[in-house]
Design a protein around this ligand. Sequence first.
Ligand code: NAP
Length: 297
Amino acid sequence: MASEPTLPDASTCIVLLLGNPVEHSLSPCIHNTAFAAHDINAVYAASQVAASDLADAVRGMRALRILGANVTIPHKERIVPLLDSVSPRAEALGAVNTVVARSENDARILHGDNTDIEGFLDPLREKSGLHAQPMTILGAGGAARAAAYALGITYAPTPLTVAARRPEQAQALVDALAPHVDNTTTFAACALDDASSAVRSSRLVVNATPVGMAPNAEATPWPNADCFAPGQLIYDLVYTPRPTRLLREAKARGADTQDGLAMLIGQAAAAYRLWTDRSMPVDVVRNEVMAHLAAAS
Ligand code: NAP
């Protein structure tokens, strides 16, 4: 059970979410639940920031001496040159989702990191037989990039196929990441319509498109569910609804399935550790998020 939150006071630390839009974000629920459970005097607030205001928002973070921030669409890439330093993994991805602020000689130093990688890998850690296996990612946006990097540095897939409705986007992702992952990983890029044999032969298939997300819950990024079979793991980064149509159809054909809630909480837990040096109480947080999602549906 989360303890009652203390009201903010003159010592309260501030953590922000910078994005656009932000009003449906679950991050305030996640982090404020964790702060309350740990009795940490901090508050997490979501701030809608237009792209043209991002540099001012970052300057404001320094001036206001906040503890840190999460960064979401569409600012993950644009914020990189505005920070004082970024971790090697954030640099390889070219994207930051977490900023940690610290004081140094009276100045506020902002360091960027990317915890989507850890969050994505979290639910895979309990699965076996993933090393050097064929894998496919549907979609080639920011989440696909984090997933491809995470898979490439952890499992050396052969091949890792990135399939997108714009094949040139898939090719650009592959070209950008290839130098940064295990050199035994092999890559392929193709159009979604040409991905049947890759999906059929993959040990792991990741949906990194928004297709199937509420309120369009009857959509699926992969209508040809006959490609799925026992021995496969289908991982949908979408977490509303739970399960998605993709996961229902994959499970009906005997495949193992994983939804996106564990990634959402995993990336938040990693960010929380960077800000507080403490392990997030993930069971308390998961219960609160599920209650929040149930109330919203
Ligand atoms: P993004 O950068 O906008 O990329 C979305 C990708 O999906 C692009 O390749 C896009 O292609 C493709 N796409 C969009 N609509 C499509 C459609 N109707 N048919 C086929 N492809 C389509 O978004 P993102 O940040 O990568 O996020 C993707 C999904 O992952 C979202 O649903 C997001 O909620 C989820 N996600 C979950 C977590 C988590 O923690 N569980 C974390 C991050 C993201 P175009 O560029 O051609 O539109």
